[in-house]
Design a binder for this molecule. Structure first.
Ligand code: PLP
Length: 228
């Protein structure tokens, strides 16, 4: 994205765009993509079901090491479903037209893509942003513990692994367990990255990966399968 900063807006005074940029990964094709698209056309599986979807769900669950995976249209949709379901699990199924997090605070990564956090507000919740630590550029477990001192009632944490680098997810999980909170793990950018030998996407109560061309989907099984 290129953006021209408004030189009359005092908030931007003194800020210059970076001269050189570090680009995100761009999409790469590996030879068979067009063939599989054609295969879906040929078999008339241009819908929400089909053998290719079943197979990608099976393969991804096996690769990451979880019981089940559910394919959705994108990571953004998966995060919304995961956060909705986490809210229902914690606070019960809301009335029609209401969000599952109404009136509830949720702890969230403060440096991430906005799809990590948006569904908290779609479901009527209030994100409370947790500082990032320097080592991994992800949620700081120390700041998270501090946040529980201020808001001990919080029961949900949405945490991202940014740019394919896992956050300190075992420490974050220890804090969550101590306070009886659930975790939605946004591993959209970190498919294939491991933390202490374990795949990201296996730590949260719900987890999401993305196949967006510039990210490196699945929702961790059991609970979703039961709720769906
Ligand atoms: C951290 C993070 N979460 C969620 C998403 C959303 O994934 P998608 O683009 O598949 O909707 C992205 C996307 O790029 C992301 O970087």
């Amino acid at each position: 994205m290129t953006m021209k900063l408004d030189s009359h807006d005092p908030r931007f005074s003194g800020i210059e765009p970076f001269a050189s940029k570090l680009w995100l990964a761009s999409p790469t094709m590996h030879g068979d993509e067009q063939r599989w698209v054609q295969d879906a056309f040929d078999k008339n599986w241009i819908t929400t079901a089909g053998e290719n979807i079943n197979e990608v769900e099976r393969q991804i669950a096996e690769y990451i090491g979880v019981n089940y995976a559910v394919g959705l249209s994108c990571g953004t949709a998966a995060l919304h479903l995961a956060i909705r379901l986490a809210g229902e699990k914690l606070y019960g199924i809301p009335k029609v037209g209401h969000g599952s997090l109404e009136g509830k605070r949720v702890f969230a990564s403060d440096m991430t893509f906005d799809a990590t956090v948006n569904p908290i507000t779609y479901e009527g919740g209030e994100p409370v942003f947790i500082d990032t630590e320097r080592g991994t550029w992800n949620m700081d477990p120390v700041a998270l513990e501090k946040a529980f001192e201020i808001y001990p009632e919080v029961k949900l944490i949405v945490v991202a692994h940014l740019y394919g680098t896992p956050g300190k997810i075992d420490e974050i999980k220890a804090v969550a367990d101590k306070h009886g909170a659930l975790i939605v793990e946004d591993a959209a950018e970190s498919l294939g990255a491991t933390y202490k030998g374990k795949q990201t996407g296996t730590f949260g109560d719900f987890a999401v990966i993305s196949f967006n061309g510039n990210n490196l989907l699945f929702i961790k099984g059991e609970k979703v399968a039961k709720a769906a």
